[in-house]
Design a protein around this ligand. Structure first.
Ligand code: ADP
Ligand code: MG
Length: 796
């Protein structure tokens, strides 16, 4: 369709001195003919061909296609023109060595956006038309020169261009294969314009329909010229038709990926080493993340568990307060503090410790309880649990074997952590109203083990050896020497009962109350009165927990619901009412020693249900500080006498650890970041080497219509693949190292699973690696797009 016309084309090169390669060439070509261009070396033949093919730009004059000028053409128009209208055949074939024959031919079609199936089909047809239908899967280096040149012709033909440009296509071939190639070109010239540069005058003579001689950048002779400007009307009529504005060429990311992937496969060793080097930075960051992640989990667990043992405690009644500063006056008189720690001199002091202690009476009012009840809302997430102990005494009976025994709980003085504050353990404690808190520290062990939830359900707590003290078994009524039991001997078993006051105490005529005697326990246990308690599960501290001392101690743990049930019953019991009205102890029939003794008795009988102490369990040390602030806020607005003081048993354990941990992580992250930067720079350099190596490929891609963007895409794809492989290698190695580190740490320090690499971090690191290598490759990729396709093609 197109009539190709050159008008006074001039082109010079400036490499030190100015060389005028073309000095004003005017030529017009027919739509189909076989033109041979002859001339001595250096006369401008290749330059002319490159300008016709849009690989090189003319300086002056005009190249018109189907009557329309190309002066306004932009890069993308030339790219599209090359892709749609031109097929190049070079002397040295210019095939991409890491692609198969079929892929070499297909590549031109991938640029013009043809579907995969059609692409394959057309590439196959083109190869069949040059007699290579049986070599599709071969690589260029497995073919002879003549065969490679036929592949190049097939590639030139596959887009069905109007013009085939062949630059000394037979220059590297023996005469026999030269003839085969010439036959093919002559066949093509029946329907297309074929312009061939050759040194061989005989071949030109025998095969072409027109011979143009070039000398020193000028046309010397033309055997079959076309009159310039003839039939202008016809030229105008064809203007704009056909493929001259074929839109854009574009390479899909997938094509770029597959090109780069194949290229990387040809240098597997180097790719692996590059990726491995790139992965070192990733490994560094991954391990730092894993360790700091694991450590901060560990520390927050440890804090939680430590604080589970050392709650903030608020108790009713007289409190001793250590005043931190000595009273005004001489510091020597009271505190012995001279203001100087670790004095050097020959000096000793005397001080009065009692003067440092103040007494305060806590009165826990309704107001205060409400204030504490609001704490979860006021400080969300800061409190693990709040527990109240009101000294109500439960009347418990146990029957594990033959005899029913009384399961003694401590008196009203008992805290709900039976062993934590000295004295004999009660083996009987209330669970906090937060099962998640407990289950974060404890495992339920044994088949069918389940966390107790109702009033009639209790849990058994064993130590880390699955042990319980002999005294506990005896409290349950098991006196045999049997030392070993099955978990299933207890799970699901009902061997206890809480008996209400009214059944447990018998009122005498003179208003006294007598507790049931041992010989009536059997009857009480069998009666309908009270609530039977079933062991629903067995709790044991978690193996990978930060500490082995937890919130719970050995023995039985009951639900707050049971307390509620018992308190309700006790409050309405006859003995509680009687005790309210009497100044004498209704059990002992004696006067109380003081008011506090009476209060205790009222509490133990359930007549007085105000809690005698409150325990607040902070989540961590930071939360503890907030809670203390919250408690101080209550006092700020109140008179001295109405203030409520608390005791903080964990005051000694500071939050220094967290600070140390943070510092260490920052330093480690700094080192890891440096290795990341180094490996990124290295990947940049290696990509640059790859650009240098693939210069020829860049030229080939440009010659078949690839845009600059496509070229950078090819290299970006390469760095993305390297980045992905580096990231993947890094993550795999990091997981392996993390497990090794965990084993080492577990052996050395007994801390389980310290290095924890999360899936989210892993994914982020792989993406980060791809991103970094992409950044590292941007400059080399940009350099690749800047390469002049003509020069790129000349490199070997
Ligand atoms: P031919 O193909 O006829 O041998 P060329 O077209 O390759 O000749 O070259 C014509 C002239 O232009 C030569 O003198 C060559 O040195 C010069 N030339 C070609 N390409 C370049 C280039 N990219 N830079 C500088 N000089 C060039
Ligand atoms: Mg040449």
């Amino acid at each position: 369709m197109s009539k190709l016309r050159l008008t006074d084309i001039k082109k010079s090169y400036n490499s030190g001195e100015v060389v005028q390669a073309l000095k004003g060439v005017s030529l017009e070509f027919r739509e189909s003919e076989f033109v041979s261009i002859l001339g001595p070396s250096g006369c401008g033949k290749t330059t002319l061909l490159n300008i016709i093919g849009g690989l090189d730009r003319y300086d002056e004059g005009d190249l018109s296609l189907g009557g329309s000028s190309t002066k306004h053409f932009k890069d993308k128009d030339w790219d599209a023109y090359r892709n749609a209208s031109i097929g190049f055949v070079f002397q040295n074939y210019n095939l991409i060595s890491h692609q198969t024959i079929l892929q070499n031919v297909e590549i031109a079609l991938t640029l013009s956006g043809v579907s995969v199936a059609e692409r394959k089909e057309r590439a196959k047809q083109a190869l069949e038309s040059v007699g290579l239908g049986d070599k599709l899967k071969k690589r260029p280096n497995q073919l002879s020169g003549g065969q490679m040149q036929r592949v190049a012709i097939a590639r030139a033909l596959v887009n069905n261009p109007d013009i085939i440009l062949a630059d000394e296509p037979t220059g590297a071939l023996d005469s026999q294969t030269s003839l085969q190639v010439m036959d093919i070109l002559r066949e093509i010239s029946k329907t297309k314009l074929v312009i061939m540069v050759t040194h061989n005058g005989d071949l030109a003579e025998n095969y072409s329909s027109r011979i143009i001689h070039l000398r020193d950048g000028e046309v010397q002779s033309d055997s079959n010229p076309l009159m310039l400007n003839d039939k202008p009307g016809k030229a105008a009529a064809t203007q704009g038709s056909g493929k001259l504005s074929p839109g854009k060429t574009s390479m899909s990311l997938l094509t770029a990926m597959s090109l780069s992937f194949k290229n990387l496969l040809t240098k597997k060793g180097r790719t692996l080493i590059t990726s491995f080097a790139g992965s070192i930075g990733i490994i560094g960051v991954a391990l730092v993340l894993a360790l700091s992640n694991g450590l901060s989990n560990y520390i927050s667990d440890m804090q939680s568990e430590t604080l589970a043992g050392f709650p903030l405690t608020i108790s009713q009644g007289v409190q001793q307060i250590q005043t931190p500063q000595p009273p005004d006056g001489s510091p020597f008189a009271n505190s012995g503090s001279s203001g100087e720690e670790f004095p050097e001199g020959d000096v000793m002091y005397r001080y009065d410790s009692a003067a440092n202690v103040e007494q305060h009476v806590n009165v826990l009012t309704e107001d205060y309880f409400r204030y504490i009840a609001d704490i979860q809302d006021a400080l969300p997430g800061a409190v693990n649990a709040v527990s109240y102990s009101n000294g109500v005494e439960m009347n418990l009976l146990a029957k594990a074997e033959d005899d029913v025994v009384k399961f003694e709980t401590s008196s009203g003085m008992a805290m709900d952590r039976p062993s934590g504050f000295g004295g004999t353990p009660a083996y009987w404690q209330e669970l906090p109203d937060n099962d998640e808190f407990i289950l974060s520290m404890y495992d339920l062990i044994g088949e069918g083990s389940r966390y107790p939830s109702a009033a009639n359900e209790v849990a058994l707590v064993v130590d880390e050896y699955n042990r319980l003290d002999k005294a506990f078994y005896e409290k349950l009524g098991i006196f045999s020497d049997h030392a070993e039991w099955k978990l299933s001997d207890f799970i699901g078993k009902t061997m206890m009962k809480a008996v209400p006051n009214n059944s447990f105490y018998t009122e005498t005529e003179n208003g006294l109350f007598i507790p049931s005697a041992a010989d009536s326990y059997e009857v009480l246990f069998g009666s309908d009165e009270g609530i039977e308690l079933t062991i629903t599960g067995i709790l044991r501290i978690k193996e990978d927990g930060a500490t082995t001392s937890g919130y719970l101690s050995e023995g039985l743990a009951y639900t707050p619901a049971l307390t509620e049930y018992v308190v309700e019953q006790a409050q309405q019991s006859d003995i509680a009412r009687a005790q309210m009205d009497s100044d004498r102890d209704v059990i002992l029939n004696a006067p109380f020693a003081n008011d506090e003794a009476k209060e205790l008795r009222l509490k133990s009988l359930g007549a007085d249900t105000t809690p005698s102490s409150i325990n607040i369990f902070p989540k961590d040390f930071a939360a503890k500080d907030k809670i203390k602030q919250y408690l101080d806020d209550y006092n700020d607005t109140r008179e001295e006498a109405d203030q409520v003081v608390y005791s903080d048993m964990s005051e000694m354990i500071g939050s220094v650890i967290q600070t140390v941990l943070d510092t260490v992580s920052y330093v480690l992250i700094g080192f890891a970041a440096i290795s990341l930067v180094v490996s990124t720079i290295m990947i940049g350099i290696i990509t640059y080497v790859s650009v240098l190596e693939r210069t020829k490929e860049i030229g080939i891609l440009r010659s078949i219509g690839a845009r600059k963007k496509d070229i950078s895409r090819v290299f970006n794809a390469e760095t993305l693949i390297v980045g992905f492989v580096a990231g993947a290698i890094g993550i795999v190695i990091s997981y392996a190292l993390a497990s090794a580190i965990n084993v080492l740490i577990a052996n050395a320090l007994g801390i389980q699973g310290l290095a924890q690499l999360t899936a989210a971090h892993s994914a982020a690191l792989v993406l980060g690696s791809m991103f970094l290598t992409l950044i590292a490759g941007l400059i080399p990729a940009k350099a690749a797009t800047k390469k002049d396709p003509v020069i790129a093609l000349r490199t070997e």
